[in-house]
Design a protein around this ligand. Structure first.
Ligand code: SAH
Ligand code: SF4
Length: 375
């Protein structure tokens, strides 16, 4: 990205950058077509690429050696040229009586990636990171306070899902949903994020239904339009957090680039084009965006839009120590006003608060930075 890129809000990373330019390409970076082409250049038939996809994404093979039906020479070549690199696990923490599992991985250049697995009775969701840190700098977010170190590669994102699927299988469950709600802003790493979705959606691979993949954004308007035009029908979540510019400017700095009206207009275009419902995420903060007046403004703003509102009571972080979670009564009152106005609304508590599983907190703890928040 260049320095005049309008999507970059906070150019200076808050933490020292430890990046080796370019993440080495791995098997998990390639779409099936690209793999077929690559193998074809060395004279291998197309069915070999499909076999490799089956082994990697359906059998979740951890290395080429286990793919015993494939010729040894091919496996050796691939191990050298296109390694099936697994993310290196550093730490795993369980919480919520084992219903939340936080995985921390080390990258090739010594950074850390957080991935969270959430087990529900009817589904298992993995929360995937798309960047190390984030440039948007929302005032309540632990990841935002780190600044951006670098984008994750497609392979590093696919690798998180593969590791999560394997871990889920070990626990006799099956991974059913992917949410891009870990560290980072997916629309500042759009191409790699959509490539990840395409690879996981491939019928020869993991066959992950596009509608089981949710991309969450803080509001980069041009990419909402790009997503609307994309044939892959992934779901969209918008981190709205406030119905007025005055409030949203302080919570999501990106709002000064694309304001609330521009954002909601893009959402209306998205729904008109795709017919798909949008989820609005609303982090509820005491005395900041939780008044009854604000609830009525939110309801008015979203009137007539095919959507659902998820109220997420703030998970306090060191990013802004003065922010507090509202009381249960305040949370309920706010949600009821929006819901009663005809906009379907739920209250969702962050999982894994006691192990600092919210956005970015464990990585900060691990790298010796600010202490994680507790509630
Ligand atoms: N960058 C993207 C996706 C990652 S954040 C985005 O902002 O949408 C995923 C969600 O967690 C967002 O809705 C974000 O606003 C929310 N979030 C971040 N920090 C939080 C906190 N401290 N308490 C509650 N929700 C938080
Ligand atoms: Fe970045 Fe999302 Fe955190 Fe905002 S909430 S700083 S966009 S990760």
């Amino acid at each position: 990205m260049t320095s005049d890129d309008p999507t970059i809000i906070n150019q200076e990373p808050a933490t020292p950058v430890r990046v080796r330019r370019g993440t080495p390409q791995t098997f998990y970076d390639l779409t099936l077509d690209e793999l077929t082409e690559k193998l074809g250049e060395s004279g291998h038939p197309a069915y070999r690429a499909r076999q490799l996809y089956h082994w990697a994404y359906q059998q979740l093979a951890p290395d080429y050696d286990t793919m015993t039906v494939l010729p040894k020479a091919l496996r050796d070549d691939l191990a050298n040229e296109l390694p099936l690199t697994q993310l290196e696990p550093v730490q795993e923490i369980q919480t919520d009586d084992g219903e939340t599992l936080k995985l921390l991985f080390r990258t090739h250049d010594g950074n850390h990636i957080e991935t969270v697995l959430m087990f529900y009775p009817d589904r298992v969701t993995v929360c995937v990171s798309c960047q190390i840190g984030c440039a948007v700098g929302c005032s309540f977010c632990a990841t935002g306070m780190m600044g951006l170190t670098r984008n994750l590669s497609t392979g590093e994102m696919v690798g998180q899902v593969v590791a999560a699927a394997r871990r889920t299988q070990e626990l006799d469950r099956q991974l059913t949903n992917i949410v891009m709600m870990g560290m980072g802003e997916p629309f500042q790493n759009y191409d790699s994020t959509m490539r990840m979705a395409r690879i996981l959606n491939d019928p020869e691979g993991m066959k992950f239904g596009a509608r089981r993949i949710t991309v969450s954004t803080s509001g980069l308007v041009p990419f909402i339009d790009r997503l609307a035009a994309d044939p892959l029908q992934v779901k969209l979540a918008i981190s709205l957090h406030a119905p007025t510019d005055q409030q949203r400017d302080t919570l999501v700095p990106l709002n000064r680039r694309w304001n609330v009206q521009e954002l909601i207009s893009a959402c209306r275009r998205y729904v008109d084009t795709t017919g798909r419902r949008i989820s609005f995420e609303y982090c509820l903060i005491r005395d900041v965006n939780d008044s009854e007046k604000t609830a009525r403004e939110l309801a008015r703003l979203l009137k007539g839009l095919l959507c659902h509102v998820n109220i997420i009571p703030l998970n306090p972080t060191p990013a802004e120590p003065s922010y507090e979670r509202p009381t249960e009564d305040q949370i309920k009152r706010f949600a009821d006003i929006v819901d009663d106005s005809g906009i379907p609304t739920s209250v969702r508590y962050s999982r894994g608060v006691d192990i600092a599983a919210a956005c970015g907190q464990l990585r900060i703890e691990h790298e010796g930075g600010t202490e994680p928040a507790t509630t």
